[in-house]
Design a protein around this ligand. Structure first.
Ligand SMILES: Cc1ncc(COP(=O)(O)O)c(C=O)c1O
Length: 428
């Protein structure tokens, strides 16, 4: 069946025809039949070079043989037991040996569950109810963080979700990213009440916004002065910027770390980690409740371990960082050649072009971008075999399967698409 027919049928049984709002591409999304390396193939027989990589869940590309093999070996012996497996121990050791300030972990099933658990843990540990959240950051779809959220909330203009009790969000204090004065002020105005600041180290859900030099370290210092914790949400940056994530890459110490995406190798996973005294507050040792039928799911753990080992054995993080640099340099050249003045931002394998005349440091800056022009650019690219996360407020990713020729091919497509998007803007 064609993409179009599949979508029109899906709309009858799936809300908006999709199972997650960020997939609701206009006029209809393409339905994937196969993913292989850097490419996706759809039901109409089109191929795309994929810079979405399942919104960053993949770093080795699609259908990587070592991950496939590990999953096959796992399911040959059963896949869900409700009792521990040796692989969970190996996974825990692998992560705690590489991620700073993480002595113990708890595996959950999604990044959403990871940040929900991290926030509960911070509140329980600190004995305080309030948290500070960064405007435009996204930490999943749960009540405490569905305020001025990024990702689909921004793309579909739903800054605050209906159905979230005001009694919950009154405990979420919002501040702009990259603004330590606002942090200081929020902590002073809520003296003794803030359990933690939760932030993405690089905001990957409002485009790609980097921390200013020293911002994360200064934030941590200020928080410590007020007895508040730093929760670094490394669901995107974990095992992507460095084995120790953004903590290692930027040299900042978190109190609680959350990860997801890469560590599950494309299968559902989330993880909370911290020092012993914080983690031991969790059940069964402590009074902060967390539980889950699927926590540490054997298939996700197998896929995750295979991914993490491949990353290490094959020097994947250096490779993707190099590819990311090649991509960003090419994009800067295109923007210069076309005289567009757009901003190319990114780090490691992450990149985004803000259709914006000024560097973007926070949500206000991101929202000043030409989001409609960006959507046109995405649509033109899709027609020409290149798939980007379809929003100005998402981040693009290269994987280890993106070879230099693909980057160069894509850059030509980017140049054409930006030229056309600009032409349409002038014509309009
Ligand atoms: C930084 C960050 N935190 C949390 C989440 C939620 O993760 P999940 O979609 O696995 O629930 C995401 C998802 O995009 C994310 O980017």
């Amino acid at each position: 069946m064609s993409n179009e027919s599949l979508f029109s049928k899906s709309k009858k049984v799936l809300v908006g025809g999709v199972n997650s709002p960020v997939r609701a591409i206009s006029p209809y999304p393409f339905f994937v039949s196969k993913g292989e390396g850097a490419r996706l193939y759809d039901e109409d027989g089109n191929a795309y070079i994929d810079y979405c990589q399942a919104f960053g869940a993949l770093i080795l590309g699609h259908n990587h043989p070592s991950v496939r093999q590990a999953v096959r070996e796992r399911i040959d012996n059963g896949w869900c037991f409700g009792t521990p497996t040796e692989a969970e121990l190996e996974f825990g050791e692998f992560i705690t040996q590489r991620v700073p300030n993480v002595d113990k972990i708890r595996c959950v099933n999604t990044g959403t569950e990871a940040t929900m658990t991290a926030i509960r843990l911070a509140r329980g540990f600190a004995g305080r109810d309030k948290i500070i959240k960064i405007e435009g950051a996204f930490h999943g779809a749960h009540d405490s963080v569905l305020v001025k959220t990024g990702s689909g909330g921004l793309t579909h203009s739903v800054p605050n979700s209906e159905g979230v009790p005001a009694d919950v969000t009154k405990n979420t204090v919002l501040i702009p990213y990259n603004d330590t004065e606002a942090l200081e002020q929020a902590l002073s105005e809520n003296k003794g009440e803030i359990a933690a600041l939760i932030t993405e180290p690089v905001i990957g859900n409002a485009g790609c916004i980097l921390p200013k030099e020293g911002y994360l370290q200064e934030a941590k210092r200020i928080l410590a002065e007020h007895g508040s914790l730093l929760i670094l949400d490394e669901v995107i940056t974990g095992f992507r910027l460095a084995p120790g994530g953004a903590q290692e890459y930027y040299g900042v110490d978190a109190d609680i770390v959350t990860m997801g995406k890469v560590i599950g190798g494309g299968f559902p996973i989330g993880m909370v980690g911290a020092r012993v005294e914080i983690m031991d507050e969790l059940t069964p040792l402590g009074p902060v409740y967390n539980a889950g039928t699927f926590n540490g799911h054997p298939v996700s753990i197998a896929a995750g371990l295979a991914t993490l080992k491949t990353i290490e054995e094959e020097g994947i993080l250096d490779k993707v960082a190099q590819t990311g640099r090649r991509m960003r340099k090419g994009l800067v050249d295109i923007v210069d050649d076309l005289g567009l003045g757009y901003q190319v931002q990114g780090v490691g394998p992450m990149f985004q072009v803000f259709f914006n005349g000024s560097p973007v440091w926070d949500l206000t800056g991101a929202k000043a971008s030409d989001a409609a022009g960006f959507l046109k650019y995405c649509a033109i690219l899709r027609d020409n075999g290149v798939h980007l996360p379809p929003s100005q407020f998402e981040c693009c990713f290269v994987s280890s399967a993106h070879e230099n020729e693909m980057i160069d091919f894509s850059l030509e497509r980017f140049e054409e698409a930006m030229g056309v998007a600009r032409g349409e803007e002038n014509a309009g």
